[in-house]
Ligand binder design. Structure first.
Ligand SMILES: Cc1cc2nc3c(=O)[nH]c(=O)nc-3n(C[C@H](O)[C@H](O)[C@H](O)COP(=O)(O)OP(=O)(O)OC[C@H]3O[C@@H](n4cnc5c(N)ncnc54)[C@H](O)[C@@H]3O)c2cc1C
Ligand code: FES
Length: 360
């Protein structure tokens, strides 16, 4: 069932810098398929807490999928709870509860030339993309990597090695705030203009991402060549008892039914066609009384999810026909919405027929 979480053993903890640790999980053979991933995807981990039982947090995989390694990289957040707990407490041999990989910050085509922008811990998914593109693709990779100072550069040695090994395909430009100040939009634009035919991936602190994305927009990068990943902390608990969560979601949907009676165009039954993992499914009885994710789970589909709250994008699909309304959306921007991307965990029907794809 899609809602299952798994207890994984920690194989290794690597101190990357003074405030960033990589955690490598052992994935047993019987979970290999469930934990297969594409570069740029993330895991959701349950960090133990005396106060709340657990704090759920997403961490991007920094390893390359074809190596069989499952490595996340956690950077301490000042005054943060989970990141510091993980860096302070987790040791080889410990176990953590984990949700399988999800996310849409992933290249569709490893042969494309890639323009990657990473700020601080934003390098994590970018590193997975870099490693995979170099080893499995043939395109060029340009990485603009911004950090506070030299000591905070995660993966510095490996990037130097990759630059030497793939001298004709990889260019890494380090930008240190301690030396050059924060990169301005004009500087970022002047850099990106040399690579205007590349596909861009951006991950880092909010002001950095904003400056990069605005530069790319000004340079005319089309939406399908401009991807961004936002790092936020989940507020809810996707690890909880499934039936309890579904009951909670139902109560919420019912409350919303009353509040949003005018906004909701359709209450069902709605015909739903779904393309998931290369398989087509069709149902004609979505009553609109529960979010689409919950409906698909009840139908036995292995639909992806993490937060169930509209703030991580793990459940994102593309609406090919029809429309939904979303109860909450903290993660998709206007361009995503214009491209038909919707959060399945927040979707209620707004048309009598809906056709969605999880394959972009
Ligand atoms: C898709 C995605 C990928 C990400 N990838 C990465 C990555 O690769 N690397 C990375 O470093 N980060 C990544 N992040 C960010 C990461 O998920 C966290 O947001 C980040 O580590 C900060 O979490 P934190 O708990 O340390 O800080 P905060 O969330 O700022 O911690 C404070 C919060 O914790 C709560 N809290 C305080 N004390 C306790 C307690 N005792 N028990 C329970 N709760 C408590 C507080 O109420 C408050 O809400 C990613 C986020 C997303 C969405
Ligand atoms: S599961 Fe996180 S936005 Fe839907």
């Amino acid at each position: 069932m899609a809602t299952e979480s798994f207890v994984l053993k920690v194989l290794e903890v690597v101190e990357e810098t003074a405030d960033a640790h990589s955690i490598v999980f052992e994935v047993p053979d019987d979970l290999a398929e469930r934990f297969s991933y594409t570069p740029g995807q993330f895991l959701t981990v349950a960090v133990p807490s005396d106060q709340t039982g657990l704090a759920a947090r997403c961490y991007s995989l920094s390893s390359a999928p074809h190596t069989g390694r499952h490595q996340i990289t956690v950077k301490r957040t000042v005054d943060g709870y989970a990141s510091n707990w993980l860096c302070d407490n987790l040791r080889e041999g410990d176990t953590l509860r984990v949700l399988p990989p999800s996310g849409i910050f992933t290249p569709r085509d490893l042969e494309s030339d890639l323009l990657l922008f990473a700020g601080g811990s934003g390098v994590t998914p970018v590193m997975s993309i870099t490693r995979t593109a170099l080893e499995k693709g043939h395109g060029k990779v340009v990485l603009f990597y911004a950090n506070r100072d030299e000591t905070s550069v995660i993966f510095a040695r490996e990037l130097a090695q990759l630059s030497a090994e793939y001298a004709d395909r990889l260019v890494v430009v380090h930008w240190l705030e301690s030396v050059q100040g924060l990169p301005t939009q004009e500087q970022l634009k002047a850099f990106a203009t040399h690579f205007s035919a590349y596909t861009a991936f951006v991950c880092g602190p909010a002001p950095f991402m904003k400056a990069v994305v605005e530069s790319l927009k000004e340079l005319g990068f089309p939406r399908d060549r401009r991807h961004q990943e936002k790092f936020v902390s989940l507020g809810g608990n996707p690890f909880g008892d499934v039936e309890e969560m579904q009951a909670a979601a139902k109560t919420l949907a019912e409350a919303d039914d009353h509040e949003d009676d005018d906004a909701r165009a359709v209450t069902g039954p709605v015909t739903v066609e779904v393309d998931l993992d290369g398989q087509d499914y069709s149902f004609d009885d979505w009553q609109g009384d529960k979010p689409l994710l919950e409906f698909l789970e009840e139908k036995g589909l292995d639909a992806p999810f993490s937060c169930r709250e509209g703030n991580c994008s793990a459940c994102a699909c593309v609406v090919l026909e029809g429309e939904v309304t979303m109860k909450n959306n903290e993660v998709l921007d206007a361009d995503d919405l214009a491209d038909g991307i919707r959060l399945v965990c927040q979707s209620l029907p707004a048309s009598e027929k809906l056709r969605i794809s999880y394959n972009g």
